[in-house]
Design a protein around this ligand. Structure first.
Ligand code: PMV
Length: 342
């Protein structure tokens, strides 16, 4: 694991953040470099799908080092992390390089977006290690530069990310805390294969779909309904909105140029099964991110029955269960009493 010589640690911090599942999703950016989304989005932070990240700024380190789930990682992942650290280093006025040690408590490729929890945890840990005192809103603004959905993972419970024309105005805020309403997200794993077009590339294609305009025109209504449903703890109302929103987002994906078809036969089989079970009286609704795996949103009382039914379906490889979770938090920090020169 240790491929780079250790220097003296200047400062370090560890933070954790949960992934999230969007009920009203964003697809497409008005500014790709700043990750300013085309629309607001609204999600639920997840409890057991967590990333824990330690950022150690070290004397004499020539470049940033990334260790992900005990493997030293280079390439695009390291570049993205280093670029994110650059923003925060610039804010703090230092040039120290960092060793970033990160692990997920959930399997990669399981259909849970690790970029949200990863960039939320990285932002909180790096900001603390750099001695930056940022408000949760500011942390969400900076986390957004790493991954749009990461802005939402700064907060727990039900969270809305606001779009804006300027970087500093596009922040997330919680609309209800986790204890307001405990919902479950069962992830039916259909495939663990790495998707060919990830969300960063996919966002660039949104505006090439003729259906994107229709989705943008409707999203305000969807957001208003989702907010009301959450505040009223009305799963039927929320379920209608989240299923329709996932379908409209996938309609945009499928009709972009080039077309993105994330669904597999198993994806469709689970969608049909969820609707069948609903007719039988189990309140369950599906949503799907940029991949083939299906998230089933329900109340805790129905988790066991749904888990059993999902496991019986031939295409389902695994079922991961998460509940409404808390926001990102700092676990540990040690900063120098006298700041070192850059
Ligand atoms: O945050 P990103 O760039 O990984 O994009 C997230 C895209 C979706 O998961 C499909 C939608 C969303 O709002 O989470």
């Amino acid at each position: 694991m240790e491929t780079h010589r250790r220097g003296e640690t200047i400062s370090q911090a560890t933070a954790q953040a949960g992934a999230n599942i969007a009920f009203v999703k964003y697809w497409g950016n008005r500014d790709d470099a700043l990750r300013l989304p085309l629309t607001n989005s609204l999600s639920m932070t997840l409890d057991t799908a967590v990333t824990i990240t330690t950022v150690m700024f070290e004397q004499g380190l020539a470049q940033d080092v990334l260790v992900l789930n005990e493997q030293v990682v280079g390439g695009e992942a390291l570049t993205r992390v280093a670029r994110h650290l650059d923003h925060l280093r610039q804010l703090a006025g230092v040039s120290w390089r960092a060793r970033v040690i990160s692990r997920n408590t959930f399997p990669t490729g399981a259909g849970i977006a690790s970029s949200a929890s990863a960039f939320a945890a990285l932002t909180v840990a790096a900001a603390a290690a750099l001695g930056l005192s940022l408000s949760p809103r500011e942390l969400s603004v900076w986390a957004r530069l790493g991954s749009g959905s990461a802005a939402r993972s700064i907060f727990g419970g039900y969270v809305e990310l606001h779009t804006a024309a300027r970087h500093e105005d596009a922040w997330a805020h919680p609309i209800a805390p986790p204890e307001h309403w405990r919902l479950a997200d069962l992830v039916a794993v259909i495939s663990r294969e790495h998707k060919s077009v990830g969300s960063t590339g996919g966002h660039r294609l949104a505006t090439t779909s003729p259906l994107n305009v229709a989705r943008l025109a409707h999203v305000h209504t969807a957001l208003a309904q989702a907010r009301s449903a959450i505040l009223a703890r009305d799963l039927e109302m929320l379920g209608d909105v989240l299923e329709q929103d996932a379908l409209t987002m996938h309609a945009v994906m499928m009709t972009s140029q080039p077309s993105l078809l994330y669904w597999e036969p198993g994806t469709v089989a689970v969608m049909h099964a969820v609707r069948r079970w609903r007719q039988e009286g189990i309140p369950a609704y599906f949503t799907i991110d940029a991949g083939p795996n299906v998230h089933i949103i329900t109340e805790p009382a129905h988790v066991t029955a749904l888990q059993d039914r999902l496991r019986e379906l031939p295409f389902v490889q695994d079922v991961i269960v998460c509940y409404t979770g808390a926001g990102a938090r700092l676990l540990d920090v040690s900063t120098p009493t006298t700041p070192s020169p850059t």
